[in-house]
Design a protein around this ligand. Structure first.
Ligand SMILES: [Zn+2]
Length: 473
């Protein structure tokens, strides 16, 4: 995934007008930041964030330790109070929860809900380092980066499908091909940022830290620590907050223009919280959470076997997902996932709720849009597949590319083979892609058991050839 975001981020930066610029008043002036264009209202940020937060609370293992939560909350309050007035929104409610997960990660949802992994606290050397990550997250919220990214894609009339955000959180480390598909849906706009937005959040984060009494250089140190902990799989945080380039130097340069205000917070509470954490049973890994091992607060689903699934009907029914395309699918398939940017069409019994988060389907198709393409369809398709493969170790290539027509455009199709995590049986995964006019990539993933590959292969071709795209330029 990290490779995916890096390659995409470069392109996004060129598409956007630069909105971080230095004042020319003098070397000591702090950087002036302009929030990006946004067609959502702050109230919509709050609404979308609340929906997503409800999902997160159901699915993620919260630590629920009041002394740790209170401490993180106090640090958060201090930072929120230091947000420059021009980026304060009365509607926003900043909340802070600690997730009992090992990965060095944190994320914040539109309008204010923030989730900080226990692993992030454990990796911090002192309170200011932890506050550095939090100030960076708060900056994304205050600058409304999530809905600004969605604004760029608004011609697709994205619905508010908060559930997809979860796929982007948990799906990053584990989950089915299908949960992965959701990573390229709305969640991609809310949780994965372009390099330009990363720069903005670093700079505003540094300013907030200084105003709150922390040395902003500690944030730069924390990012170094995070990078150093790369290792296998890499810290999740970096895949959603890619290094915009010379991150450490840029933060320190900004720090040189800032005056740290007020008394420095003492590290006494930080030390006692850290020692309390070290006395607890180890935090869960994202993989354990995705597999429902002691994970989510959700009752365990009926995972294990797919029910009997009817073969695809010869009758077709037409849908208009996202208001920019039409697609016909067998009449006994249902549309799932609403009018969001990722929709699934599957027969009854083919969708199995995963344990501890996400869902998988054994038969059907998922359609979605991956933002920020490179302009090279084959390369973008490879990136998508690499994203799927990262969390699906059994996924294998089963053929080369063939050229296909999708909605009157040139497209590519390829076939993969996977082992279903629902049934344990080998499954066919058919991936088709085409480029939309803004450079994003429309994809269709068909999934069926290998033993039914003949029937479903034909169905997927027919569904694909039914696609019509009506983009407004
Ligand atoms: Zn970020």
């Amino acid at each position: 995934m990290r490779e995916l975001l890096r390659s995409h981020a470069g392109r996004a930066a060129t598409l956007l007008s630069a909105s971080v610029f230095a004042l020319t008043v003098g070397a000591t002036a702090q950087t002036k930041i302009t929030a990006p264009k946004n067609s959502y209202s702050p109230a919509q940020d709050v609404e979308l964030g609340q929906q997503a937060s409800t999902e997160v609370k159901k699915e993620m293992p919260l630590l629920n330790d009041s002394s740790v939560d209170d401490y993180v909350e106090d640090v958060g309050r201090r930072l929120v109070a230091a947000i420059p007035p021009e980026f304060q929104h009365n509607e926003f409610r900043y909340t802070f929860d600690v997730v009992n997960m090992k990965e060095i990660n944190a994320f914040a949802l539109p309008g204010g809900p923030m989730y900080l992994n226990r692993g992030m606290i454990e990796a911090s050397e002192n309170e200011a380092e932890m506050a550095g990550v939090m100030a960076h997250e708060i900056s994304h919220v205050a600058l409304r980066h999530g809905t600004a990214q969605a604004t760029k894609a608004q011609k697709f009339q994205i619905g508010a499908v908060a559930g997809q955000i979860l796929g982007a959180i948990v799906g990053g480390t584990a989950g089915s091909v299908i949960a992965q598909g959701s990573q390229f849906g709305l969640g991609a706009y809310f949780l994965k940022y372009s390099r330009e937005y990363e720069s903005q959040a670093d700079i505003l984060g540094a300013q907030i830290l200084a105003r709150a009494g922390y040395n902003p250089r500690e944030m730069a140190d924390m990012f170094r620590t995070i990078e150093a902990q790369g290792g296998r799989g890499g810290p999740e945080w970096l895949s959603s907050h890619p290094n915009p380039g010379n991150r450490y130097e840029a933060i320190n340069r900004e720090a040189a223009t800032l005056r740290v205000q007020g008394p420095a917070p003492s590290d006494g509470r930080f030390a006692s919280v850290k020692s309390e954490l070290s006395g607890k049973p180890a935090a869960l890994t994202a993989e354990q959470v995705a597999k429902g091992q002691g994970g989510g607060n959700q009752p365990v689903g009926t995972s294990g076997r797919a029910a009997n699934v009817e073969p695809p009907s010869g009758q077709y029914r037409t849908y208009q997902p996202g208001n920019f395309m039409r697609i016909s699918v067998p009449a006994n398939w249902q549309q799932l996932g609403g009018s969001g940017q990722t929709v699934t069409y599957a027969p009854e019994g083919a969708v199995v709720q995963g344990q501890g988060g996400g869902s998988a389907f054994t038969h059907g198709v998922e359609i979605g849009v991956a933002p920020n393409g490179t302009g090279n369809l084959q390369r973008d398709t490879e990136s998508l597949i690499q994203g799927f493969a990262k969390s699906n170790p059994q996924l294998q290539r089963a053929g080369g590319y063939s050229r296909v027509n999708i909605g009157g455009r040139q497209g590519l199709a390829t076939t993969l083979s996977n082992v279903s995590e629902v049934t344990g049986a080998r499954e066919l995964v058919s991936v088709s892609t085409t480029q939309l006019s803004d450079g994003s990539v429309l994809f269709m993933i068909g999934v069926a058991p290998q033993r039914e590959a003949d029937t479903y292969g034909q169905t997927f071709n027919r569904v694909r050839s039914s696609i019509q795209i009506a983009e407004q330029r």
